[in-house]
Design a protein around this ligand. Structure first.
Ligand code: NAP
Length: 322
């Protein structure tokens, strides 16, 4: 997609562009036989994704740490569509204990799982460690989703096998993956506070979202599992994500307003990648404005992706055993 298309909303090869909304890109799609888990589905892009997938008939599980906000989100969706199927399960991605509890609760529901949208995220927060002692943006944005995906994968594989319907995993990344630490991921000092940069730590976590999607995609292809894994940049949308940088973002928006989207446009790429039939079999790809583009060289680096996979496994194992 060119800068011209981004600003004007001119559709790309998919027929959609930056001005397309989530409703437009899913128009006419019947998702009544699908179940989707959406992390962070109580606000922003995740809520709009939940609303539109529910509008197309999917059974939605909103995975949220704030269940009060999630209940309000559910009510909003039901106000729009009284037949929407929406359930809420508690999930705190910066706690491995909470992620395991979520997976146990979800599995106990004995539902199928066709779509997993790893959407929740935090941005530019001051240095902090998670409950498991891992730098917060890496822990929440990447590691939490890494563990969650792993715990839900058997269910997804089984659903795809039994139903014959392709499963889809969508990781919400960001163009911010371009602005990371030297070397991409700080394997040797992931928790270093002195050299911590809130911006680079966010970029690192968003790079990790793409590397995770690509490595998982390769592994699933090797196994012959009928599940695709892709990552997306939703665009620039004013949401609660900006809570740690609200003033800076408001000022930035004044000078760059032509690049910003509203929330329905911001949820379009996620919904397109999660539902659109033209993407059947498309996996290990990165999308912006509903069109595939190439991410950074780090994001395309298979060695880095494998290294991150092993590193993440090690972190998860040591946290769960401590
Ligand atoms: N907005 C943009 O311009 C933009 C650009 C590029 C990429 N993205 C990506 O898009 C995704 C959605 O962001 P958004 O803009 O919709 O922001 P948002 O409105 O703040 O939504 C993020 C959601 O994630 C949840 N969350 C945060 N930490 C969590 C945790 N530990 N456990 C469970 N849920 C947690 C939040 O819940 P709480 O309300 O409880 O915190 C919130 O519901 C993020 O991954 C973000 O990186 C956004």
């Amino acid at each position: 997609m060119s800068l011209f298309s981004l600003v004007t909303g001119r559709p790309g090869p998919s027929g959609f562009g930056s001005a397309s909304t989530a409703e437009q890109v899913t128009e006419g799609i019947d998702a009544t036989n699908l179940t989707a888990v959406i992390t962070g589905g109580a606000s922003g892009i995740g809520l709009e994704t939940a609303r539109v997938l529910a509008l197309r008939g999917a059974h939605i599980i909103i995975a949220a740490r704030n269940t009060e906000a999630a209940n309000e989100a559910k009510q909003l969706i039901l106000n729009d569509n009284e037949t929407a199927r929406v359930d809420i399960l508690k999930l705190d991605l910066c706690s491995m204990k909470s992620i395991r509890a979520f997976a146990d609760s979800f599995n106990a529901l004995d539902l199928p799982l066709n779509i997993l949208i790893n959407n929740a995220g935090i941005m530019f927060c001051p240095y902090k460690l998670s409950e498991d002692g891992i730098e917060m943006q890496f822990a929440t944005n990447h590691l939490g989703h890494f563990l969650l995906t792993d715990l839900l994968l058997d269910k997804m594989k089984n659903t795809a096998r039994v139903t014959g319907i392709e499963g889809r995993i969508v990781n919400l990344s960001s163009i911010a993956h371009l602005h990371t630490y030297e070397g991409g991921v700080r394997f040797d000092n992931i928790n270093d506070e002195i050299s911590y940069s809130d911006k680079r730590a966010y970029g690192q976590s968003k790079l990790a979202n793409i590397l995770h999607a690509n490595e998982l995609s390769r592994r699933l292809q090797k196994e012959g599992a009928k599940i695709t894994v892709n990552s997306v940049h939703p665009g620039l949308i004013m949401t609660n994500l900006m809570r740690h940088s609200a003033l800076m973002m408001r000022i930035l928006k004044v000078f760059t307003y032509i690049f910003w989207k509203n929330v329905p446009q911001g949820a379009a790429t996620t919904c397109y990648v999660a539902l659109h039939p033209s993407l059947k079999g498309a996996t290990g790809k990165y999308f912006l404005d509903c069109n595939e583009i190439a991410p950074s060289a780090f994001a395309r680096d298979e060695v880095l992706a494998k290294k991150l996979w092993d590193f993440s496994n090690k972190l998860v194992k040591s946290a769960l055993n401590s």
